[in-house]
Write a protein that binds this ligand. Sequence first.
Ligand SMILES: Cc1cc2nc3c(=O)[nH]c(=O)nc-3n(C[C@H](O)[C@H](O)[C@H](O)COP(=O)(O)OP(=O)(O)OC[C@H]3O[C@@H](n4cnc5c(N)ncnc54)[C@H](O)[C@@H]3O)c2cc1C
Length: 360
Amino acid sequence: MSESPSILVAGAGLAGLVAATELHEAGVSVRVWEARDRVGGRCWSPAVGPNDVRLDLGASWHWEAHERVRTLAERLGIERVRQHEPGVAVQEWARDDPVDHFEWPEAPPPSWRLVGGAQALHERLAAALPDAALRLRHRLRALQRAGGQVQATAQTPEGPQDASVDAVVLALPPRLAAHALQFDPALPDALASALRDTTTWMSPSAKAAVVYDRPFWREQGLAGRVRSAVGPVHDWHDAVTPDGHAALVGFMHPPGPDSPTPSDPGTRDAALVRQLVHCFGEAADSPIGIATADWRHDTATTPPTGPKPGPHTPPDPAPVLRRAQWEGRLHVAAAETAADHPGYLDGAIEAGRRAASALT
Ligand SMILES: Cc1cc2nc3c(=O)[nH]c(=O)nc-3n(C[C@H](O)[C@H](O)[C@H](O)COP(=O)(O)OP(=O)(O)OC[C@H]3O[C@@H](n4cnc5c(N)ncnc54)[C@H](O)[C@@H]3O)c2cc1C
């Protein structure tokens, strides 16, 4: 390493921004290239409805064991809200049959959301980096080892952009890295196949958020929780904000590369409202905002070949993913590489910290 190493982090998700923050705090000059026009990666909390309620269309919850999320949120001054569970839940078996009700919670482990949405973590981390450090709409395409340096090339709206850096942290989903990046020299077979074979947690899913002017389900003693065998959402949750904005957020269809979700927004929104009216009655007929995200077709999460088919379980990362390559100049640091809670927000923080500490 030179005396003032310059490190490129590819990806402004949680792993990348944690790595960049720790490198910057250690006095290392760091640059972040992010493919999208926003930070957050699989955490996306757009403002929905006329009151701009920020709702999670990507990651939302953390649990007791996810200590890294709790302490990072605390450090960044982001409040947590306990997931609302009590009340009666709805079971929808078929579109034309009356719904059933059951007592909720059965015994769910306590979980928390972040006030302002999970993307608030990224926004606060990015805001504390030097202005020039973060480059949006920079999609890394190629890495070439050249002497003691790594040549990186990004695709940007202004054309290709090159940088020569001491080391690179790849903080994008491993499977996407295997499909989208060119490596010269080629990566060792064991790493290349581990990248290809690692599932990207939750990439086969889609989410919907619906905002109302009041939480009518709570007024009826309902938990806001729905389990559905028919969809379009198979699992609705209460997402009322601490300042009282009423919202429901849910996962569309059981996760799977091909499970049907209407792509036309009008048809999709109508199907969501129809389902909510079936589950909660006419009070659900007039939402004031609807938003959806389909991660299966998101090219900054999922390669064009689609999500890796397989069981809906968090990844079990091969240890080779945590081993630096190119004599310490190339590190992989997505949530999927973590030893602890791989695939989760907590794993993303662990992975980002591991890469940063190897480079300082
Ligand atoms: C629908 C859904 C629900 C989830 N729910 C939860 C939950 O409740 N709790 C939980 O703990 N986890 C949840 N997760 C998982 C959680 O989102 C991830 O663990 C975490 O966000 C991963 O962070 P990351 O930084 O590793 O990757 P990402 O967030 O995927 O960030 C990677 C970044 O790299 C960028 N990028 C991609 N390609 C390039 C390129 N070529 N060049 C430059 N940049 C690039 C992307 O745009 C992105 O910003 C959920 C995920 C989804 C999709």
